[in-house]
Design a protein around this ligand. Structure first.
Ligand code: CA
Length: 232
């Protein structure tokens, strides 16, 4: 047992690469555990106080973005380093937007990977998740706390996820498909009217008691949360 060693969770479905990273980490004096899918990563990262999570974006089932998003939603503040196969700016932004701290583009240089892992391990756990605000509405992504004009509002997990999708895109028209993609599992079956139902729930909680309408229906297109400037 290496006392005080940096402990890393490596989330990678390519088993060969995963064990290569694990072995190389050990040579560097760091301990690596491997999760080969998102489901394992979610419980492992929740159960063990890792110093860093190295998270591949391309995973079967729950992908790396979703894993990252859910970990942050579950209050896991371990620094996350994303491995992205594509050099696209969109991927980097999506990664950082879902709560990742850094990213490395595949194929990566092992020395670069270790340097970044060490830097994140030194920095320590993320202090707190972002607080999204829109007018007097605020959503603390780390603590799941929603308030309107200082009044705390209790939301279910699905309502929180849906509100977060809206609040990250103020003023944008979002189709039912966009909203499903943002807040539901990829394989969710009963897609027919679930968004309409949950938008209604959200309105009942964040708008109606306050006598305002921030989530508006855009006929034939979907829904939009009004940006702060339009709110009053
Ligand atoms: Ca992969």
């Amino acid at each position: 047992m290496l006392e005080g060693a940096v402990r890393v969770l490596v989330v990678e479905d390519e088993v060969k690469l995963a064990s290569l990273i694990r072995r190389a980490l050990l040579e560097q004096g760091m301990l690596g555990d491997v999760a080969i899918n998102g489901e394992d990563a979610l419980w492992m990262a929740g159960a063990v106080p890792y110093d860093v999570v190295v998270l591949d974006v391309n995973l079967p089932g729950i992908d790396g973005f979703e894993v990252c998003h859910r970990l942050r939603l579950d209050g896991v503040r371990t620094p996350i380093l994303m491995l992205t196969a594509r050099d696209g700016v969109d991927d980097r932004i999506t990664g950082l937007d879902t709560g990742a701290d850094d990213y490395v583009v595949k194929p990566f240089d092992f020395n670069e990977l270790f340097a970044r892992v060490r830097a994140l391990a030194r920095r320590g756990p993320v202090e707190r998740g972002p607080v999204l605000t829109l007018g007097d509405l605020s959503l603390d992504v780390a603590t799941h706390t929603v308030t309107r004009a200082g009044v705390e509002i209790a939301l279910s997990t699905k309502e929180l996820l849906l509100l977060e999708v809206f609040m990250r895109r103020p003023g944008q028209v979002l189709s039912r498909y966009d909203l499903l993609e943002g807040a539901w599992e990829m394989d969710y079956e009963n897609r027919s009217n679930v968004i309409d139902v949950y938008v209604r729930y959200l309105r009942e909680k964040i708008d109606r008691p306050f006598g305002i309408e921030t989530i508006e229906t855009v006929r034939g297109a979907g829904y939009r949360i009004r940006a702060a400037a339009e709110q009053y």
